[in-house]
Design a protein around this ligand. Structure first.
Ligand code: SAH
Length: 256
């Protein structure tokens, strides 16, 4: 890596879904050179350890918890680039998916600061891997939608439910806490009650859990005590995960 002058460069880096060895080699290289790292709340300590010489600043946002205002984060990135050569904004999964990266990029551009994006493994792909289920299984699924039901303050209502209804496979981010509302909205949109659904919590981590059910029972998610990050996946491809979960239950029942 070339030695940079001040103002430095800001790297928007994907940390991957959680497991520290699901980060890219490029991300590790950038972290090793970092002077300062602004990171999300859920980044694994082993990933943070790659940034051995950097000052580490948590600006993490977790649904419903205290978070640093986005404009303040934007300003801190700009200020840091004026002081340091290598500034990292480390985000969970892929930095450009559901992470407000565009606002950070706009602020950097407005300040004339160079930036680069290092992609990461997004939660939907980690969940597919966790289940051993192809999101684009041949003959069953040709379209995949990554959606969120959340709308930020001041944003227009989005068409997430229409996108879910239209896609063969859908992965809903930031939705486990509103499972009942999501289920009601999708059923009102015409998505069949029996559509296979799986909630994958902590995909890629040792504490990963999965819960399978038909859409009609998605409201039960409130009973599962989900505290980690979780995606809701819907579609026929999910039936594979459902069968294996049922088989596992069956084996347990048979063994008991
Ligand atoms: N940029 C991230 C998403 C940020 S939004 C990415 O590309 O993955 C945060 C949401 O991501 C969480 O609410 C959850 O829906 C999902 N998520 C992140 N990590 C996850 C994991 N290990 N398992 C399941 N879902 C996860």
């Amino acid at each position: 890596m070339t030695i940079r002058q001040i103002p430095g460069k800001v790297y928007l880096v994907g940390a991957g879904p959680g497991a520290p060895d699901l980060i890219t080699l490029r991300a590790v290289e950038v972290l090793r050179h970092a002077d300062v790292v602004f990171h999300d709340a859920l980044v694994h300590p082993e990933v943070m350890a790659f940034a051995s010489r950097a000052e580490k600043i948590a600006v993490g946002k977790r649904c419903g918890r205290h978070s640093t205002a986005q404009q303040f984060i934007n300003k801190r990135l700009v200020d840091a680039a004026r002081k340091y050569r290598t500034v990292v904004r480390l985000k969970g999964g892929d930095p450009l998916l559901f992470g407000r990266a565009q606002e950070e990029i706009a602020a950097l551009q407005a300040a004339g600061i160079e930036y680069e994006v290092v992609p990461g493994v997004t939660a939907a792909l980690a969940a597919g891997a966790e289940l051993g289920v192809s999101l684009t299984q041949r003959g069953i699924a040709r379209t995949v939608a990554f959606v969120t039901a959340r709308t930020g303050a001041g944003e227009a209502q989005n068409n997430w439910a229409k996108s879910v209804a239209a896609a063969d496979t859908a992965v809903i981010y930031m939705g486990a806490g509103q499972a009942a509302e999501i289920a009601a909205t999708l059923i009102a949109e015409g998505v069949p009650h029996e559509t296979p659904v799986v909630i994958v919590e902590n995909a890629s981590l040792p504490e990963a859990r999965r819960f399978t059910m038909p859409l009609a029972e998605l409201a039960r998610a409130a009973e599962f005590g989900i505290t980690g990050p979780a995606v809701i996946m819907l579609g026929r491809v999910v039936a594979g995960a459902q069968t294996s979960a049922l088989e596992a239950d069956g084996r347990r029942a048979a063994a008991a």
